[in-house]
Design a protein around this ligand. Structure first.
Ligand SMILES: [Zn+2]
Length: 348
């Protein structure tokens, strides 16, 4: 039997072992010139191959095809993540989010091997690497991606910050990126309530970092993304950079709404944050409802009545709520200009 390369030979033998459920091991590999594989101790099965004399093909020189051992169930040395990734590559190509349960089922049906959850993730990672490239590879494409965006939509605002590399001659290292598409900006300025929710969240990749977003609400109170940024961490500096770009971005448009929105902007807090501070001290049945009754009261008299109810429950709780700056998160104090009664952020 002849093969074009050592890799093809190795792959074919591994595949035979996986499908027939024998756990074989490679015993000889002298710079990939000679390859030999054996089965378990006591089993005579054996294959030996090496390059032909003229080095044109890899030839199987000797084989003992019979096994005296038992087939293996549930585990097989050949079913390693890298090998399985190649085996199910087409599946990942068709459906990049192919669930791990489906993979485990397919491996059990095809090779009789039980795959642990962590191994499923490794198979997925190995399959995605050649299909989509590594994350570092993606970050290297940021420049050309943004150029292409600007070519198609010159009004798009993108800002990229980089840090100088440690060694001379190396390319700059990605630090932050701000992005706002002109379509979304026009949509916000022309069709949304003049309210922006800003928040940040962790990015769950090995490169880490944070995603900062500004989300508006449209006429139906639905989510409307305006701009977002990937930054190295969530701190004063990165927030300042994000909001500075956002303001520059929206002011550049000279829309009336922005001119009205920014000079004397009303800053609200998501009620969940003062609530989580407050509830550390005041726990118990009725406290949450009483808190949100105060928060959601739509006018001053309803606010006072709700606060009085809370005072009956606990005088300290009411005092602590008043100390949490209720003007920032209680509906009764909100301005009516932006026609938005939002008390929790949730969107961003
Ligand atoms: Zn055997």
């Amino acid at each position: 039997m002849r093969f074009n390369s050592t890799e093809l030979f190795k792959d074919t033998v591994n595949r035979y072992a996986a499908v027939s459920r024998y756990s074989i091991r490679w015993t000889k590999s002298y710079k990939m010139q000679k390859l030999a594989t054996k089965c378990k101790k006591g089993c005579p099965w054996y294959v030996y191959a090496s390059w032909s004399g003229d080095k044109t093909c890899f030839v199987v020189k000797s084989v003992k095809p019979t096994h005296h051992c038992n087939r293996q169930d549930f585990e097989n040395r050949q079913c390693r993540p890298k090998w399985l990734a190649r085996e199910f590559m087409m599946q990942y190509k068709l459906d990049p989010n192919w669930p791990k349960k489906a993979l485990a089922k397919a491996v059990m049906e095809k090779f009789g091997v039980r795959l642990e959850s962590w191994a499923c993730y490794r198979v997925k990672r190995e399959a995605h690497r050649p299909l989509h490239g590594s994350l570092q590879h993606h970050y290297m494409k940021v420049g050309s991606y943004l150029k292409e965006l600007l070519k198609n939509d010159p009004d798009t605002l993108v800002e990229v910050a980089t840090v100088n590399p440690e060694n001379e001659g190396e390319p700059p290292v990605f630090q932050r990126r701000y992005m706002s598409l002109s379509g979304l900006r026009k949509g916000f300025l022309n069709g949304c309530r003049p309210v922006l929710c800003v928040d940040g969240c962790f990015l769950k990749t090995f490169l880490r970092g944070q995603l900062l977003v500004a989300v508006a609400r449209d006429g139906n109170n639905q989510m409307f993304p305006v701009s977002w940024a990937v930054v190295e961490s969530e701190d004063n500096d990165s927030w300042h950079w994000f909001l500075f770009n956002l303001k520059k971005d929206l002011n550049g448009f000279e829309a009336e709404a922005v001119a009205t929105l920014f000079p004397n902007v009303e800053h609200r807090l998501c009620a969940r944050h003062p609530f989580s501070n407050w509830t550390k001290k005041h726990k118990g049945p009725g406290f949450k409802n009483a808190f949100y009754k105060v928060v959601k009261a739509t006018n001053m008299s309803a606010y006072e009545i709700a606060l009085q109810e809370l005072r009956v429950l606990s005088q300290d709780a009411a005092t602590d709520l008043v100390n949490e700056q209720p003007k920032r998160f209680c509906r009764a104090f909100f301005r009516t200009f932006n026609k938005c009664e939002l008390v929790v952020n949730n969107l961003a």
